[in-house]
Design a protein around this ligand. Structure first.
Ligand code: MG
Ligand code: MG
Length: 239
């Protein structure tokens, strides 16, 4: 999983370099697939769900929270806030991570949202230790986000990851400290704060995939796959 995570990080770094005005979201997907192919890997996103997801990454822009479908007709614009999510399967093991970044100059509101969402991921990771429970991770994320005036989604959650992209336990971005499953060394979980500027409510577009904020406010999403160890949390989805 660490090696799958390293490759996933390379995919995301490659896509990050391409976040410029005029680039289509299909171009981003093609670049991601080129990196995956180089390592003999595939993304578990492709063909996932109903209707089958048609690409290897999701690209979610501005009010789109998660699961945006890449398209050659969809081009990035200066000031956009873009979230990229990708998974990598290597030898039957899955890694899953996501980041959000601006295209060119972004508003101070967008910068603040990025910092809060990344901070929430770090707050969640910090709880990925023996002695804590999944509810401690959830509560840390919720507290970090809501104390800064933003909102967490109730409909989409972090999750166990390993042989499958989505395994138990579910780790929501809200919850109660001291509840949930006790964390044990060797557990691998994808922690993924999905944060909205104006509401926790979302809706799904007619394409049946793209999730947007119900009020059109800006959103951001960061994710790492993390292993609980006897010591510090081990980030699997870094270079
Ligand atoms: Mg993901
Ligand atoms: Mg995930």
């Amino acid at each position: 999983m660490r090696e799958a995570g390293r490759i996933n990080a390379k995919v995301l770094a490659t896509v990050n370099e391409l976040l410029k005005p005029g680039v289509s979201t299909a171009d981003l997907n093609a670049a991601a697939e080129e990196v995956l192919r180089k390592y003999g890997c595939v993304s578990p996103f492709k063909g996932y769900g109903h209707p089958p997801f048609p690409a290897s990454i999701t690209v979610s822009i501005n009010q789109e929270l998660v699961h945006g479908i890449p398209s050659k007709y969809r081009k990035l614009r200066e000031g956009d806030l873009v979230s990229i999510d990708c998974g990598t399967v290597l030898d039957g093991l899955v890694a899953d991570s996501a980041f959000t970044a601006g295209v060119g100059e972004i508003s101070s509101e967008a910068r603040n949202l990025l910092e809060v969402t990344q901070g929430a991921l770090n707050a969640g990771i910090e709880m990925m230790r023996i002695g804590y429970r999944t509810g401690d991770v959830s509560a840390a994320i919720q507290k970090y986000v809501e104390s800064r005036g933003f909102f967490v989604t109730r409909e989409y959650t972090g999750h166990g990851v390993g042989r499958q992209m989505h395994e138990g336990p579910q780790v929501p971005n809200y919850g109660k400290a001291g509840t949930g499953i006790p964390l044990k060394a060797g557990m691998t979980i994808a922690i993924e704060p999905m944060v909205l500027g104006g509401t926790a409510e979302t809706r799904v577009l007619p394409d049946q995939w793209t999730v947007v904020s119900a009020d059109g406010s800006l959103t951001a999403h960061f994710e790492h796959s993390i292993a609980v160890t006897e010591g510090d949390p081990l980030l699997l989805t870094v270079l």
